[in-house]
Design a protein around this ligand. Structure first.
Ligand SMILES: Cc1ncc(COP(=O)(O)O)c(C=O)c1O
Length: 392
């Protein structure tokens, strides 16, 4: 058998390794507290489940959807107006996705050709790099590190790279670093994209998971944003619908239209009962969004305060469902630390190196367990003695 050379761009990666370790431990009856993958465990609101079940009980809803129902497009448009004060034309500026991951994986195929340069944050959510790689792009990393407050420094992008780049991916609140970007960053980003004729993809998966009374809007609310790009949004975390696979790409009509054409050759649209569930989620009672936000804030407090108290120093994140922590000083490699942590404490975290070169020296912990389990994780880290040398 012969396979595509393009597959050489992808490995099985750290998540498979961690998953194998987890299975091995569970088979041996050993405890595991998994804080690696960001799978939310907070269910959707009852009215969303009811809308899904009602629509799923109707025989007529089992045809190919083929396209987004006008009711869904209108609902997304109203949601963006009400929540973010952004006007979207339902006919031309919105495209549903089978989860935002799907859209992020595919959209580069509609924008870049083999060898084109794509600007990607480092560290980043893996599909930001994998989508462009699938399309044959060359990546130019834009560091997000402690020195720049984990926000991309546009001035650091060399002029010749900016001139050649066709596309850039940006996302705040950020996974994995948890950073938010100031308004001034978005103004600079739009000016930069206009100057160099670069399409911007902004991923807004975490605008609702913002803590300590802060607020977060949309990239599309900034003047000129729609001229240069689109925003991705997801119902996975905000509405507890991760497994349902519901996301949207919104903004620049030309970018949206190319993505729609591409997708019409790949899938037959979102299952109609899911379109009904999405409408219920974004137009119905929004109190569940606040409950979810508070749950993550509590989890963040328990984990960060607990780990700080036992000598692992880290800042509390101001947003997202993750904690981004520097590894203890006596470790050099984040993967070595993560492997020791699971072996000695049974706690699984993701090494920062999995998110790009600038992620080295950090681990990401996902707040996907209830507070009681997070307290147990803190105790397990303490009892393992893994931090001891860093406290000497
Ligand atoms: C930044 C970011 N974008 C997108 C996604 C994927 O979301 P979806 O479930 O809509 O595919 C995630 C999931 O963890 C994420 O962290």
């Amino acid at each position: 058998m012969q396979f595509a050379k393009r597959m050489d761009r992808f490995g099985e990666g750290i998540f498979t390794k961690l998953s194998d370790i987890k299975s091995g431990r569970l088979q041996r009856g050993e405890r595991v507290i998994d804080l690696s993958i960001g799978t939310p465990n907070i269910p959707p609101a009852p009215h969303v489940i009811e809308a899904l079940c009602t629509a799923a009980a109707e025989e007529k809803n089992y045809i190919y959807a083929l396209s987004d129902q006008s009711e869904l497009l209108e609902a997304v448009s109203s949601w963006y107006k009400k929540r973010y004060n952004v006007e979207l034309d339902p006919k031309t500026e919105i495209c549903s996705l089978l989860g935002s991951q799907e859209g992020l994986a595919h959209i580069s195929l509609s924008i870049v050709d083999e060898g084109d340069i794509v600007l990607v944050p480092d560290p980043c959510y893996p599909v930001f790099a994998d989508g462009p790689l699938l399309a044959g792009a060359k990546l130019h990393y834009m560091p997000q590190n402690k020195e720049n407050g984990y926000v991309i420094n546009l001035q650091d992008i060399p002029e010749h790279v900016a001139r050649q780049a066709k596309l850039m991916l940006v996302s705040y609140p950020n996974n994995p670093t948890t950073a938010m970007a100031p308004d001034s960053f978005y103004a600079d980003l739009i000016a930069f994209a206009k100057k160099y004729d670069i399409i911007v993809l902004h991923d807004n998966a975490y605008s609702e998971l913002v803590f300590d009374g802060q607020d977060c809007g949309s990239f599309l609310a900034f003047p000129g944003a729609k001229e240069v790009g689109v925003e991705f949004n997801s119902l996975s975390k905000t509405y507890g619908l991760a497994g349902a696979r519901i996301g949207f790409c919104m903004g620049n009509a030309e970018v949206v239209s190319r993505l729609r054409i591409l997708k019409s050759n790949m899938d037959y649209g979102m299952f109609l009962p899911l379109q009904h569930a999405a409408i219920a989620a974004i137009t119905g009672d929004q109190s569940g969004v606040e409950t979810t936000r508070k749950a993550y804030e509590r989890r963040r407090d328990v984990l960060c305060e607990g780990l700080n108290a036992i000598g692992w120093s880290m800042e509390k994140p101001s947003a997202t469902m993750f904690v981004w922590a520097a590894i203890p000083g006596h470790y050099e490699k984040s993967e070595d630390f993560a492997m020791d942590l699971v072996a000695k404490a049974g706690v699984i975290v993701t090494p920062g190196s999995a998110f790009g070169p600038s992620g080295e020296g950090y681990v990401r912990m996902a707040l996907v367990q209830d507070t009681e389990i997070l307290k147990q994780a803190v105790d397990a880290v303490h009892d393992s003695g893994i931090l001891i040398r860093s406290m000497e």
